[in-house]
Design a protein around this ligand. Structure first.
Ligand code: GLA
Length: 383
């Protein structure tokens, strides 16, 4: 049964009113290069993937939101006309509450809804299932209240939900690509102007994601700390964001920073340059160069930004040994989660075999391989 049918079935099991049921989806994402650059007003190169959160929802006559999560077998209920409180435990419900809260803050009038949600984005694997919940539910809430959807505004509202309601000071990448992703394309996004350029994934090249099986709690704390270190560097240089410092200007004054802040800044500044170069190379079908830049990106995330872990390093090492793998790196925030590799289609089986053989014995962990297609952003699913 497809994810869509499962979500609708779940709705029908839990709600009486069949009324005008509508269905929506928002995708997870993988970032090819450009990590920890978005909140420094820099560049990222993600693609939406063919794994999603699906929402089956019907509008109500009152302001109550009743949501059932198939994946957690849990309910959440809140009232759009009362103050929306954050749930104290870490819960999927906060993403639904957060986007409702954020859209109300933006001045939208919303209507209550009954909704079932379900997904196939692996949770905790660094593929942004939470951004997909925010965006799918936000899109559903706007549509059910007959508002036209401005995708960039929805992305901003979802980021605000995460920043100010959930408490994770993330940048805009995940919510943006969940809103604006395109089939067969990666997007080079300028996180300052919010402009983007779509770049086709060449045919014959696969995006392979490997979940390391390391799913850490407390990522928020380490993440927010990195962000604070970057902001302190920008403040030191007297610029709005690290985006505004050239490598040369940084090198001239790097000695003024503490060793830790110096490393963080060097990562961000060099990663921005790598991301722009990788986009140019992708445009020219120069996968070899893209691969080199991915490899350098991983080293920088590992050594300067210090967000890798032995398991991700091991996956990258294994992947880079396989003939036909152009490049591999950790993707997303790090601290566990997944590796992304760009791979010649013919080499996929070899990569799979190398991971099956090498990863478990070296780390004691189980890896999961996903071959992904670059996919479209949030949408209504019309039957
Ligand atoms: C998480 C955040 C994003 C981004 C990445 C790292 O996914 O949500 O905003 O900062 O980490 O690039």
């Amino acid at each position: 049964m497809s994810l869509l049918s499962q979500t609708v079935a779940s709705y029908c099991r839990h709600f009486d009113r069949r009324g005008a049921l509508r269905t929506f989806q928002a995708p997870g994402r993988v970032n090819l290069i450009g990590d920890h650059t978005d909140y420094n007003d820099g560049f990222v190169l993600p693609a939406a993937i063919d794994r999603q959160i699906v929402v089956a929802a019907a509008v109500r006559d009152d302001a109550l939101v009743n949501v059932y999560s198939r994946d957690f077998d849990q309910w959440d209920h809140f009232d759009l006309q009362k103050e929306i409180a954050r749930l104290s435990e870490k819960s999927w419900g906060n993403y639904v509450r957060g986007i409702g809260w954020s859209l109300l803050q933006e001045g939208f009038t919303l209507r209550g809804m009954d909704a079932a949600i379900a997904g196939d984005i692996p949770i905790g694997a660094g593929l942004s299932s939470s951004a997909a919940i925010e965006v799918a539910c936000g899109y559903a809430m706007l549509q059910l209240a007959d508002h036209a959807v401005d995708r960039k505004a929805l992305a901003r509202a979802a980021q605000k939900a995460e920043n100010d309601f959930v408490g994770m000071r993330c940048g805009i990448m995940d919510q943006y690509i969940a809103c604006l992703g395109q089939r067969h394309q990666a997007l080079l996004i300028d996180c300052r102007s919010l402009g983007y350029r779509a770049l086709p994934i060449p045919s014959g090249v696969l995006i392979i994601i490997v979940d390391s099986g390391v799913h850490r709690g407390l990522v928020e704390m380490a993440y927010n700390q990195r962000r604070q270190e970057c902001e302190s560097a920008a403040a030191h240089f007297g610029v709005p964001a690290l985006r505004d410092i050239s490598l040369k200007a940084f090198e001239n004054r790097a000695h003024e920073l503490t060793a830790v802040v110096r490393r963080r800044s060097r990562h961000v500044i060099t990663e921005n340059a790598r991301t722009v170069s990788a986009a140019e190379a992708l445009q020219e079908d120069d996968l070899k160069t893209v691969g080199h830049l991915m490899k350098a990106s991983h080293a920088s995330l590992r050594d300067d930004f210090q967000v890798s872990c032995p398991e991700l390093d091991c996956l990258v090492d294994i992947a880079l040994e396989v003939k036909g793998v152009y490049g591999a790196r950790l993707t997303g925030a790090g601290f566990g989660g997944s590796m992304v590799a760009l791979v010649q289609a013919e080499a996929a089986a070899d990569l799979n075999a190398a991971i099956a053989e090498g990863y478990g014995p070296a780390t004691g962990k189980q890896a999961t391989v996903y071959i992904c297609k670059a996919s479209e952003g949030v949408s209504e699913i019309k039957n």
